[in-house]
Design a protein around this ligand. Structure first.
Ligand SMILES: [Zn+2]
Ligand SMILES: [Zn+2]
Length: 411
């Protein structure tokens, strides 16, 4: 397939496969499976890929799969979709609404899966025609919402030889046909911290003979966010917000134990990596001033998703080519988390927003809502973008810096 025929080839492919992909998405939508339970979903993808002559490998835990397309050794471009649904009820009125009580594809992962399947079927044909200038790895990842199925893919070596990796996420605030892109952080880290404070306890008449635990806890609560704002670059948007505090039972007894819990959100990778040690040092210094002992429990969730500039430019060039010159719009930063971020800790890549709102509909849906749904023609848009992005990245080279791509304007 000559490269200049890409748009025509995609048109012809989608004319023959769009209905199948929509049906595939509707079938997954009606049979949603939550993280690490995606057995039926995995089976359906595997059968369809095998029917196309591919040889997918299921991940060790039994859900999710990887498949390589093409025999080239490099460059290897990873394309990732997530498979899992949310543990909420589907409140839509659609023929394909969830048939599984308490499970719903309310984050669009069914669409991501159908899109990646479609892109894979197209690229398999390209490879069979001897026209794939590298190798593509399709990553059908389990358990994005749980999280972190991305870590299972990494543990299985799924990203080891990949030069760049790309993903899409449905965006119901963006019209179908539009692609949202952003260089740098597009989603945030969100970790959970618990600080437990202990001391000897005693009578409120004699705080100087014990340690005033409630006062010390209060100091930790107020001083920590303030100190962070002076110890961390404000551009990292590192924010600590408390959500739960408890200590004591009687007005005249200093308790011997208390705790406070909160979340740490962050848009900068370096600040995210440094956060646990910095927080521990700050907590220890405040606690010691009041004679109490503070113990920090820091639970990592996901890093911020940091889109690499060249990879983002590749997505934009691909959209420009197969979706039109005005298809790319700037995506806002989200303080939500996304475990695709784990891949970008290892290899360059980008996550793009895929518009799923029916143009002119005025719909005001959000992901994770029980009535979430998409304009299904966004599936064809996603296939075009995934295919064109993979081919752009392959033509741009592997880990070496690719040639500048024409027609890219970045602010
Ligand atoms: Zn989600
Ligand atoms: Zn999602």
């Amino acid at each position: 397939m000559a490269e200049h025929d890409l748009e025509g080839e995609l048109d012809a492919f989608l004319a023959g496969h769009q209905a199948e992909l929509v049906d595939f998405r509707r079938d997954l939508h009606a049979h949603p499976e939550i993280g690490y339970h995606e057995h039926r979903t995995t089976r359906r993808i595997k059968l369809r890929l095998e029917a196309a002559g591919l040889q997918p490998k299921v991940l060790p835990k039994g859900t999710g799969l990887l498949v390589d397309i093409g025999s080239g050794t490099e460059p290897v471009v990873g394309l990732r979709a997530d498979l899992d649904a949310l543990p909420i009820s589907d409140e839509k009125n659609a023929p394909y609404r969830s048939a599984i009580p308490g499970a719903c594809h309310a984050c669009g992962h069914d669409a991501h899966t159908a899109i990646l399947l479609g892109a894979g079927l197209f690229l398999a044909r390209t490879a069979a025609a001897g026209a794939l200038p590298g190798r593509v790895r399709l990553i059908f990842q389990p358990a994005e919402e749980v999280p972190c199925g991305a870590l299972d893919v990494l543990a299985a070596g799924g990203i080891a030889s990949v030069d760049r990796v790309f993903a899409l996420h449905c965006d119901p605030k963006l019209d179908r046909g539009k692609i949202g892109t952003r260089v740098g952080a597009i989603t945030a880290a969100c970790d959970k911290i618990t600080v437990r404070v202990t001391g000897p306890g005693g009578h409120t008449a004699r705080p100087h003979l014990t340690a005033d635990l409630v006062y010390g806890l209060g100091k930790i609560i107020t001083e920590l966010p303030a100190a962070l704002s002076r110890r961390v670059d404000p551009r990292s948007s590192l924010s600590l917000v408390w959500g739960h505090v408890s200590a004591g039972a009687a007005a005249n007894a200093i308790p011997d134990d208390g705790l406070v819990e909160g979340t740490v959100r962050c848009l900068d990778d370096d600040a995210w990596h440094a956060a646990p040690d910095l927080l521990k040092a700050l907590i220890d210094s405040v606690a010691s001033a009041y004679g109490v002992v503070a113990d920090l429990s820091y639970v990592r969730n996901v890093p911020p998703t940091i889109n690499e500039a060249m990879s983002t430019a590749m997505v934009e060039a691909a959209a420009d080519r197969v979706l039109g010159a005005d298809s790319v719009v700037p995506a806002p930063q989200s303080l939500g988390g996304e475990d695709f971020a784990w891949y970008l800790e290892s290899v360059p890549g980008a996550l793009a927003r895929l518009g799923t709102r029916k143009p002119g509909s005025g719909d005001d849906l959000d992901i994770h809502q029980p009535t979430f749904d998409i304009d299904e023609s966004a599936i064809g848009v996603g296939v075009r973008l995934m295919v064109a992005t993979a081919l752009t990245a392959m033509c741009g080279g592997g880990s070496a810096a690719p040639e500048p791509l024409p027609g890219i304007a970045r602010a």
